[in-house]
Write a protein that binds this ligand. Structure first.
Ligand SMILES: Cc1cc2nc3c(=O)[nH]c(=O)nc-3n(C[C@H](O)[C@H](O)[C@H](O)COP(=O)(O)OP(=O)(O)OC[C@H]3O[C@@H](n4cnc5c(N)ncnc54)[C@H](O)[C@@H]3O)c2cc1C
Length: 381
């Protein structure tokens, strides 16, 4: 039996390739991208070139044919340098590619998977102003009209929307049917009636775009309906169950980065004639941060490996996302304190990690939604 965190030679090679890319290509631009609130197009292209936007896409469609665990490794490693780059890769692989892979027809797979592996960024458009945690209260309407559907509504908070070439949109074909009306559609950018609206000015993950997506009588051919009509809720539930392991990985990578910066600084910074790392008060902070990171990583890796083994992982995924997002905030906050005054400035990376951590407790199901999932499983046993 392999220890959870022991990587196979293939996994280690993959992890170190992503780590080198993050260190050499991404790191020099992170601060500027955060300030501008824009992810550089050349770095997005580089994510595609490295195969990171199609990790889970089969080789036959131009992807990497990788495991879910490899997606998790990539998300974690990117987050150690930039949690924005990490969420771009997370949404592409764990939500959008995964949905097309699992529910796409042969025609949809051959039309979209090669593009998703090569150069087309995707967005996952579920949330609306009136439906966040209560996602299935969505109001975007898909009205059948002969061999097509006409979609009207407004999607809010859509990650990657500024760059996306493909949108996975959830709408209802029958508002009176509740969740049983929800249907998923694949909509290409440029389709008349689809437009990308206001871009949010955010606290953290600022280089990752988050925009409104407006559907105004947008005509979508029937062959772009994903899965079955009225079964979109299943696609949403199942993709998000997996996706939240990715967010756990993002938060684990972020926390590891905060710990790494705190360790390096504690070794160098001198007060009272010695490195602050020599003070037990600082050592205990670092030790507790390391325990948090290790525990989060174990939860995330276990959930990902359960998923790859075809075993149930719902509760473990919710626990991983819940815990990793909680400790990311705590570890980043402590890192700011270990750095003292400079930790509070933009000259050092920990203030950004502290800001970036907050989103982990909000998207892909808030902390309360994860607690509800965990409690429901506990009480149903
Ligand atoms: C940066 C960013 C990126 C995002 N990306 C995407 C994306 O790509 N695609 C997408 O579809 N959505 C996306 N979202 C939306 C995100 O998933 C929602 O914001 C999230 O699900 C919470 O919904 P809400 O904002 O409406 O909050 P609400 O649901 O209004 O929640 C507000 C508070 O009430 C609590 N609450 C609500 N209901 C209950 C309950 N029953 N019991 C206890 N507490 C409850 C919540 O836990 C929360 O603390 C993104 C959001 C952000 C900020």
């Amino acid at each position: 039996m392999q220890p959870l965190t022991r990587l196979s030679p293939e996994e280690e090679l993959f992890r170190s390739t992503v780590a080198r890319f993050a260190r050499e290509r991404l790191a020099p631009h992170v601060r500027q991208m955060d300030e501008a609130g824009v992810f550089r197009p050349d770095l997005l292209a580089a994510l595609f070139e490295l195969g990171l936007m199609g990790i889970n896409i089969p080789e036959g469609f131009g992807g990497q044919d990788g495991t879910f665990f490899q997606s998790v490794l990539a998300i974690e490693e990117l987050a150690r340098v930039d949690p924005s780059a990490s969420v771009i890769v997370d949404v592409q692989n764990t939500l959008c590619n995964a949905a097309v892979l699992q529910w796409g027809t042969a025609d949809q797979k051959s039309r979209y998977l090669p593009k998703l592996a090569k150069d087309t960024t995707a967005s996952y458009a579920l949330s609306e102003a009136g439906s966040g945690s209560d996602a299935f209260a969505l109001a975007t309407l898909a009205r059948q009209d002969g061999d097509c559907f006409r979609l009207t509504g407004r999607k809010l908070w859509i990650t990657n929307a500024a760059e996306a070439g493909l949108f996975l949109v959830f709408a209802t074909i029958d508002a009176s049917a509740g969740y049983k009306g929800i249907t998923a559609f694949l909509i290409e950018r440029g389709t008349p009636g689809l437009s990308v609206g206001k871009k949010e000015d955010k606290l953290g993950i600022r280089a990752s775009s988050t925009c409104e997506v407006i559907l105004d009588d947008c005509r979508v051919p029937r062959e772009n309906l994903l899965g079955e009509a009225g079964k979109g809720y299943k696609i949403a539930i199942e993709t998000l169950n997996e996706g939240r392991i990715g967010i756990g990985a993002q938060m684990t990578g972020l926390a590891q980065a905060a710990l790494d910066h705190a360790l390096a600084y504690a070794r160098e910074r001198k007060q009272f004639g010695k490195a602050i790392a020599e003070f037990q008060g600082v050592q205990f902070e670092l030790a507790e941060m390391a325990v948090d990171v290790e525990a989060a990583r174990l939860l995330v890796y276990n959930a990902a490996r359960l998923r790859d083994a075809g075993l149930p992982f719902l509760t473990e995924a919710a626990m991983a996302k819940y815990f990793a997002s909680q400790i990311a905030e705590r570890v980043a906050s402590r890192a700011v304190e270990v750095l003292g005054g400079v930790g509070f400035t933009k000259d050092y990376p920990v203030e950004k990690l502290y800001r970036d951590a907050k989103i982990g407790r909000i998207y892909e199901g808030t902390s309360n939604m994860q607690r509800m999932t965990i409690a429901k499983q506990l009480l149903s046993r």
